[in-house]
Design a protein around this ligand. Structure first.
Ligand code: UDX
Length: 469
């Protein structure tokens, strides 16, 4: 085994070992001689990965979803999303009978003393959070809670501050005898590395005003051996929006610096290294590129702006974060236009559709936005992505003129420019001599600074990065 194969093999082994150690710890710890029974409502990214990881450490988990087709698929061990390591985890735990799926909230709530809510909280037109699904689940829980049946209802979805209060009031309004505590437990997993993020979190945040609920939540998380921060419910809810907005701010900051680098001839990668070596700042999330996308950052920044506005404390800084994110794409397109002049009828290849590597998630993907902007100007775009093409077609996200290729090299055939929009490792390992030979003209626009400019230029490419000479 060589190269990446060797790397992935050892990475998989390391995960196995860590999961095994977590299971052993769980069994050996005298405080945890019994597993916990958990219910998770919503089998999307957060719900499904949480359910699988809770089961992996020994808890008995029932995941509820109102989509019967999805429930059947999951029960068979088929995963509707691409997430490294998740399929094995689900299959193993379904087989071990620690994990099962149902469409019945009654069954889930009856099973789990702790009921996690992990349903979508999509944005509304004005950027504020649509809490329809959360409210509906709260009513449904109220409808199935039996007298004397104490439950901890946990908000895992990203929700505006004070949602916990509303969830509790709603359940009590529809069920006067309900015995419950409502807790906020935001999830910080990233797509593409959701399983390791959940198995080895930096911290667990538990927002609770009840000692009984806090103790139960600590028992759920004890096997993960991560630092636990207990706060009040409002603070826990705020932590999630504040964290995601801060990370978006960090990205916009380095992207703004990349514009200054381009104007001055400095190299943003070196600047980011120099800043990031300061422990107070850190190197993570200082990668300049086409800007942030995905189903969290754009939505959460907008939501935090709306939340602050509603509370009467406008958050102008975050509006600037959004503005920089948009302008980053425009600066990149300007470079493409300057090189190709008119885009109409030009053959352009784009590598990348997913919003980031190691996921098939194409929602709010900057790559897709880029492709559609090129197509709108008349460019003949051929795109390739290792995992995202199926979902891009299924959700009809691409302009009708866009073609998809079956390999990176096929995508560049006859192209006058190659644009790299998502930093999949696969793209860095291409045979660039073959890539260049297949292209009409070797213009290379690296929107994620994945490739080495010197190497690419040495091979004859005209290389353009983001914020680097
Ligand atoms: C994010 C948060 O990281 C996670 O804690 C939260 O639970 C959900 O939202 P995710 O959206 O899966 O996770 O991806 P992430 O890796 O954070 O990247 C978000 C976007 O930022 C991507 O479009 C990525 O390309 C971009 N990004 C990230 C940069 O442009 N530069 C960076 O340095 C890092």
């Amino acid at each position: 085994m060589r190269g990446w194969a060797r790397f992935f093999f050892f990475e998989a082994c390391a995960w196995e070992l860590l999961a095994f150690r977590a299971r052993v710890r769980f069994k050996r710890n005298p405080l945890f001689n019994s597993f916990m029974e958990l219910c998770i409502i919503g089998s999307g990214y957060v719900g499904l990965v949480s359910g699988a990881c809770f089961a992996e450490v020994g808890h008995h988990v029932v995941c509820v979803d109102n989509d019967q087709r999805k429930v059947d698929m999951l029960q068979r061990g088929e995963i509707p999303i691409y997430e490294p390591g998740l399929e094995e985890l689900v299959q193993r735990n379904v087989a071990a009978k620690r994990l099962r799926f149902t469409n019945s909230i009654a069954e889930g709530v009856d099973h789990g003393q702790i009921v996690f809510i992990a349903v979508p909280t999509p944005p509304q037109a004005d950027g504020s959070v649509d809490l329809t699904y959360i409210e509906r689940v709260a009513r449904e829980i109220a409808g199935v809670l039996k007298p004397g049946q104490y439950r901890v209802v946990v908000d895992k979805s990203t929700v505006p501050v004070k949602t916990g209060e509303k969830v509790e009031a709603t359940i009590r309004r529809y069920n006067h005898s309900a015995e419950l505590d409502v807790v906020s437990n935001p999830e910080f997993l990233r797509e593409g590395c959701a399983v390791p993020d959940l198995m080895h979190p930096d911290r667990i945040v538990i927002g609770s005003s009840s000692q009984r609920a806090t103790d139960l939540m600590k028992r759920v998380y004890e096997p993960f051996q991560a630092p636990i921060l207990v706060t009040d419910v409002n603070s826990a809810e705020l932590i999630k929006h504040a964290a995601n907005s801060f990370l978006s701010l960090k990205i916009s900051y380095i992207n703004a610096v990349s514009a200054i680098c381009e104007a001055s001839g400095a190299d943003v990668e070196m600047v980011a290294d120099g800043i990031g070596m300061d422990k107070r700042i850190g190197r993570n999330f200082l990668n300049a590129g086409l800007g942030y996308g995905g189903s969290c950052f754009p939505k959460d920044v907008k939501a935090f702006i709306a939340i602050a506005e509603e509370l009467g404390v406008p958050f102008h800084l975050l509006k600037e974060v959004e503005r920089i994110n948009i302008s980053q794409m425009e600066r990149f397109l300007k470079k493409v236009r300057e090189a190709l002049w008119v885009l109409r009828d030009k053959r352009v290849a784009v590598w990348g559709l997913s919003f980031k590597p190691d996921t098939d998630d194409v929602r709010n993907s900057v790559a897709i936005e880029l492709i559609n902007k090129l197509a709108a100007e008349g460019a003949l775009v051929t795109a390739y992505d290792p995992k995202g093409m199926g979902k891009a077609l299924e959700y009809k996200l691409l302009a009708p003129t866009v073609r998809l290729a079956s390999s990176p090299v096929e995508a560049v055939a006859g192209a006058e420019a190659l644009l790299l929009a998502t930093e999949w490792k696969e793209f860095a390992c291409q045979d660039f001599a073959a890539v260049k030979a297949a292209m009409h003209t070797p213009l290379l626009f690296d929107g994620r600074n994945l490739l080495n400019p010197g190497t690419m230029r040495g091979m004859g490419f005209v290389y353009y990065g983001v914020g680097r000479p």
